[in-house]
Design a protein around this ligand. Structure first.
Ligand SMILES: [Zn+2]
Length: 452
């Protein structure tokens, strides 16, 4: 053993789904892990027999941790908000902005922690957030601190808007930023928090709101900023039909064509939603190798439509999954999102088309998400990858009655994992999060000053 290194041996998993290049599903599988990195994946008998820590996962299914590709954690205090319960995107925003303008740093810290805890309990090991609301005193710095405490890998999208009510967008002027200020803070956060090294626990990406909330000049500049610092780029695109009407009227082009002309779509960028894409749009995304984060609950909740992810995947687009903000999902449960994505993909499928299968959607929720974020060190259980993995007890009531437990993770109505490790460190044990206290969080919520 190397001096100072620490080793972890996982043994006897009933099934260990690797999602590696051969999609191995190993019966009686295990892993030998050193300093958070997987050294060996094999049947238990072929693994070393000793380690600093040995965990027997008999009667468990083990798979890579889930990766959430799109969220707005600050919205977690706006679940089931009465003003926006029955509204599509534009009216939904109108109901929420009066609350968002009053958010305090404490509100954002609490919302971030509640959201990350729920994500972690649902099997997420890496979370990307898209934060574009900056009321007085709110900075992204506090979110990194919360993510560290919960134990998740965290990618922060520094978002911004410079168009609002009166010039095409929807935000009140107090929540708009000058482009130069927004990009200067992107650079500050990149220099302070972005760690591009393998195994990185925190990264930063540049994330303008959308074509309707950010001017073309600023979109272009933000692409250049992301490129010059070697970080990823992300934005909302193709979420509503209204966006198509807007860009056709203003630019004479579809949203994807506008975004492409500004340089927003490339191999180090991904977009959220992609509900309203035609064949020409998909062809552009394939050519640019730009991925899509599918957020099915949010799209249904806001009556935005149905993204044809089966078609996108077939055309060669990398698709990952995201919960989107809790104001448009009312939860941050990524396991639920996997099942909903699978079921929604089967609505309105022509009779002569094959159906999306459970293993494909599980891969979108793991490896697909990792690829969106540009990570080549997570999303698979294989030698050289980070030890980010989750485990489900197979004697849970929801999983009784299946001979295919892996498919059952996507098809059955599961909402929580039993065990979870990030970089070889256990963050959930027997269904309990080790880095945060649910009860204390509930007390903090109960004791907060109501927004506004
Ligand atoms: Zn969103």
């Amino acid at each position: 053993m190397l001096p100072g290194s620490s080793t972890l041996l996982i043994r006897n998993a009933t099934i260990l789904a690797t999602m590696d290049v051969d999609d191995r599903e190993i019966r009686g599988g295990g892993m030998f892990i050193r300093d958070g990195q997987i050294e060996q994946v094999d049947v238990t008998e072929r693994l070393p027999t000793s380690a600093d820590k040995i965990v027997d996962l008999s009667d468990h299914l083990v798979m890579p941790g889930l990766v959430n590709g799109h969220h707005h954690l600050y919205q977690t205090l706006d679940r089931a908000c009465p003003a926006s319960q029955n509204a599509a995107l534009v009216d939904w925003l109108a109901g929420l902005y009066p609350r968002w303008i009053r958010l305090t740093p404490d509100d954002v810290a609490l919302a971030t922690e509640i959201g990350l805890v729920e994500l972690a309990l649902s099997g997420c090991t890496t979370a990307a957030d898209h934060h574009y609301i900056w009321p007085t005193g709110v900075t992204a710095d506090l979110q990194f601190e919360v993510a560290r405490r919960v134990g998740l890998r965290f990618h922060l999208g520094r978002g911004f808007q410079n168009m609002g009510q009166g010039n095409g967008g929807f935000a009140p002027s107090a929540l708009l930023e000058k482009g130069a200020d927004a990009l200067a803070d992107c650079v500050r956060l990149i220099e302070k928090f972005h760690d591009p090294s393998p195994g990185s626990m925190q990264q930063v990406y540049v994330a303008p709101g959308s074509i309707r909330s950010v001017s073309p000049d600023l979109l272009k500049e933000s692409v250049e900023t992301a490129r010059s610092y070697g970080v990823h780029f992300h934005m909302h695109l193709g979420e509503t039909k209204g966006e198509i009407d807007y860009t056709i009227e203003k630019f004479g082009k579809r949203p994807v064509e506008v975004a492409d002309a500004l340089g927003c779509l490339h191999s180090q960028s991904w977009i959220a939603h992609g509900v309203h894409f035609n064949d020409g749009d998909v062809e552009i995304l394939v050519r640019r190798r730009c991925g899509i984060c599918h957020c099915p609950s949010s799209n249904m909740r806001l009556a935005s439509g149905t993204a044809a992810i089966q078609h996108y995947i077939k055309q060669g687009v990398n698709v990952g999954l995201g919960v989107d903000g809790s104001a448009s999902n009312d939860s941050s449960n990524l396991l639920s999102e996997i099942r909903i994505a699978l079921l929604l993909s089967r609505v309105n499928v022509p009779a002569d088309q094959p159906l999306l299968d459970p293993r494909t959607i599980l891969k979108a929720g793991t490896l697909g998400g990792a690829k969106l974020l540009g990570r080549t060190d997570i999303g698979r259980l294989q030698s050289g990858y980070c030890a980010d993995f989750i485990a489900f007890r197979l004697d849970r009531i929801e999983l009784l009655g299946t001979d295919d437990p892996l498919a059952a993770i996507a098809l059955c109505a599961l909402t929580r994992v039993d065990q979870s490790w990030v970089h070889g460190r256990q963050i959930i044990k027997s269904g309990k999060l080790l880095g945060a206290d649910d009860h204390a969080l509930a007390q903090r919520y109960a004791g907060r000053k109501p927004i506004g």
